[in-house]
Write a protein that binds this ligand. Sequence first.
Ligand SMILES: Nc1ncnc2c1ncn2[C@@H]1O[C@H](COP(=O)(O)OP(=O)(O)O)[C@@H](O)[C@H]1O
Ligand SMILES: [Mg+2]
Length: 370
Amino acid sequence: MYIKDIQLMNFRNYQTLSLTFNSKINIIYGKNAQGKTNLLESIYVLGLTKSHRSFIDSNLIKNDCNQSKIVGNIVKNDLSSKYEIILEDKKKLLKIDGNLMKKVNNYISNINIIIFYPEDLDLIKGSPSIRRKFLNIELSQLNSNYYNILNDYNRLLKMRNDYIKSNLFNIDENYFQILTSYLIDKSISILKLRKKFIDKINEIIGNIFYKISSIPNFYIEYKSFIQYEEDEKILKEKILNLFQDNREKEIKYKTTLIGPHHDDFELYIDKFSLKTYGSQGQQRMAVLSLKLSEIEIFKKYKNETPILLLDDVFSELDDQKKNNLLDYITSDIQTIITTTDLNNIDLNIKQNSKLIEIENGIIKNIEEVE
Ligand SMILES: Nc1ncnc2c1ncn2[C@@H]1O[C@H](COP(=O)(O)OP(=O)(O)O)[C@@H](O)[C@H]1O
Ligand SMILES: [Mg+2]
């Protein structure tokens, strides 16, 4: 798939912007703080309804404005559809071809976007919540059910936590057990989909990592609150027991202590965790491998190439890694790159790219592919 064009209204430092993209490679360049990342972010938000770098939607609205709008045409299997997002302080409207989409999952499962950005290393070094967010975003793009299940889970979790807090000495056992049982059912659905996703990554990632680093035995491991079990009945029984064991602790801490909302994943070479033992270089290669695996997974399971966004990543990669990434770019995948310095980019790539210069939220110059 590829994005054909985008129009912005009051998004970050853009008052209005209208831009068409090349279906292959696009390079957005310009000095620091001119709006390169903002433009990339607008594509990400158009596809996923949320920003990769801000939890708060209202940050996306141009200062002193009360509404922001992103519109773009995205082509999938030669068919173009118009996607539209209208952001207000506490409201977000999503439309496809003019039709209001009431369910976020029906919107985001249509567009596949993969982003590389400088903070990616946090995927390895950062807190588990960053890795869970990664899993949740990828799975929501792959499977339109996942988003719903996760939403149901979070809703039930909040209900259960609120109930524990407000009824500490006076718990209605029946109600509490039913709530717990519903929560566990959603946990199991989440675990199943995450487990399948991790298995898919593991079919691919070892080879990719080996190609980049010449180091074998690289893999990813899902770290769960419970040892996974194929048989749902047995799994539910195990989780129920664990809840039972944690009952007193939950009352003490007034919150639900176990569940996939605390799960994590870790990357390994042999039995050595990259987080603990990996060099900075290995960690970078691991993130790169993870993202490249995603591309393969989208191709394989959705029969679709994702849109690739590369935010200022070329300055940090050495030649070997750069070339590996470029192998993918030069295949038939739409890529949108930002850089402060066009010299960071291979001449060969540059000649085949649309060049867009941004200055202070305005397009200063455009060069189409010759
Ligand atoms: N909500 C907003 N309203 C207006 N300007 C914003 C908003 N959010 C960020 N900016 C401005 O955008 C600029 C940074 O843009 P960015 O795309 O990150 O730069 P770069 O070109 O270096 O990638 C800064 O000048 C910042 O003040
Ligand atoms: Mg930037």
